[in-house]
Design a protein around this ligand. Structure first.
Ligand code: BGC
Length: 440
């Protein structure tokens, strides 16, 4: 480790706090960045607009959170107030040692009514991306991270034939203003969840509460059908999502900037248990169509949290006695190696790890998780797989959708009243790996 590196670490530790100092010395192996792309390997943290910005009142999920009954354990409310505190968060990302921040732009802010684009909100996101650049943080932009505008949900969401046109119109508008600042972009975040959810042993989709919440949201918005990522017939929605991805891909590529565009997928390590198990079928149904869409894009985004075990009759759930995360699935960080290999082989495209993380109150488990996951990434790179990023979910403890604020995925804790940010030891730990990994 160079002196320069040590002194920079000390300065950073002094600037933010000493919480992580004891863990910084335990660095995992560095990456062979020689094989990284010309832009360099991206070491980042991820966020999503609705989960961190706060008061995203024109979004469909805001409606869900505020009707009764609701599946949502909490209302998002102010969440991390990242909308106003983005500069602090970007500066923190840079200070911790990361060179990338994945964030999403909120369609419902940029187009609060159909066809009515807000110049002020485009200005806002332009400032956010400029601030990233100012701090040496490459912005990885997600055009849709689950939430859509209320007006879009009220007219049937992605179950309507013109939904792809509407999404790509938004993508075109946003790119024309922001494209020159973007490092890499994803059209959709995890659209394949619509396919994979049916394999889960326990799923809330289609539950009585989900249906009642949907009906209450329709009533609250005076619409016949309030269709979001959580609702609507996935068989009807799938072709529209696919065309929306293709059209948005084309619109983004045609705009200013010259950056890779892909789609991020939720991919678990699919393990078969016992003879005649259904693991390969599950894999094909959960990912096949979207991997093929990714193969026509510039990259595939891999988002991995755990493994699935599948037997003769389907999902087996966690192995008895194994450690679980706050989300109820297995602590299984080694999953990332298998999912990178699978996605790379299936698409023939570069892989960006765009999410990987753990919901836990025990930050020492996050550190252990990170070390194992990164060792897997390193093995993949050493085996010649073109992996271009490790982006951890998440920068901040944030609004974890229906689970509310209980699960803690953040490298940085956020005080829910004062919004004060406190990096956890894992933030220093991963930040140090990121800085070290970049060293030649
Ligand atoms: C999603 C994030 C979510 C994370 C942790 C991913 O599936 O993209 O929005 O917070 O998992 O559950």
């Amino acid at each position: 480790m160079s002196d320069r590196h040590i002194s920079r670490r000390s300065v950073l530790a002094g600037a933010i706090g000493v919480a992580g100092l004891s863990t910084i010395s335990r660095l995992t192996p560095t990456f062979a960045t020689d094989r990284a792309p010309s832009r360099g390997f991206l070491w980042g943290c991820a966020t999503a607009g609705h989960q961190v910005e706060g008061n995203n009142i024109n979004a469909d999920f805001w409606v869900y959170e505020n009707v009764k009954p609701t599946l949502f354990a909490d209302r998002s409310g102010d969440t991390c107030d990242h909308y106003h505190r983005y500069e602090e968060d970007i500066a923190l990302t840079a200070m911790l040692g990361f060179n990338c921040l994945r964030l999403s732009i909120e369609w419902s802010r940029i187009e609060p009514e159909a066809g009515n684009f807000s110049e002020a909100e485009l200005d806002h996101y332009e400032r956010v991306l400029e601030t990233c650049r100012k701090h040496g943080v490459a912005p990885f932009v997600t055009y849709n991270h689950f939430t859509t505008p209320r007006w879009f949900a009220s007219r049937g969401g992605f179950t309507t034939p013109d939904s792809a046109d509407l999404f790509s119109r938004f993508a075109e508008k946003a790119t024309s203003r922001l494209g020159h600042l973007i490092e890499a972009a994803a059209t959709f975040n995890e659209p394949n969840l619509l396919q994979s959810v049916f394999w889960r042993k326990k799923s809330l989709a289609g539950s009585p509460t989900a249906l009642q919440m949907g009906a209450a949201a329709a009533m609250a918005t005076g619409s016949k059908q309030f269709t979001t990522f959580y609702s609507g017939d996935p068989v009807i929605a799938l072709p529209h999502y696919l065309s929306a991805h293709e059209m948005a891909y084309a619109a983004i590529k045609a705009g200013p900037g010259d950056f890779p565009v892909g789609v991020t997928l939720a991919i678990s390590d699919e393990q078969g248990v016992g003879p005649n198990n259904l693991a390969r079928l599950r894999q094909k149904e959960s990912y096949g169509v979207w991997l093929s869409a990714a193969s026509k894009s510039d990259f595939v985004g891999v988002q991995t949290y755990s493994r699935n075990r599948t037997g003769l009759h389907g999902d087996l759930g966690p192995e008895p006695g194994i450690e679980l995360t706050q989300m109820g699935y297995e602590y299984y960080p080694q999953a990332l190696g298998a999912t990178i290999r699978y996605a790379a082989a299936a698409t023939g495209k570069p892989v960006y790890v765009t999410e990987n993380g753990i919901g836990t109150e025990d930050d020492s488990r996050r550190i252990a998780f990170i070390d194992t996951a990164i060792a897997e990434v390193k093995k993949c790179i050493d085996d010649g797989i073109d992996v271009r990023s490790y982006i951890h979910w998440s920068l901040l403890d944030n609004f974890e959708w229906i689970y509310g604020y209980r699960p803690k995925f953040g490298l940085v804790a956020v005080n829910r009243t004062t919004f004060e940010r406190t990096p956890k030891p894992s933030a220093w730990h991963l930040g140090a790996i990121a800085r070290n990994g970049m060293a030649r």
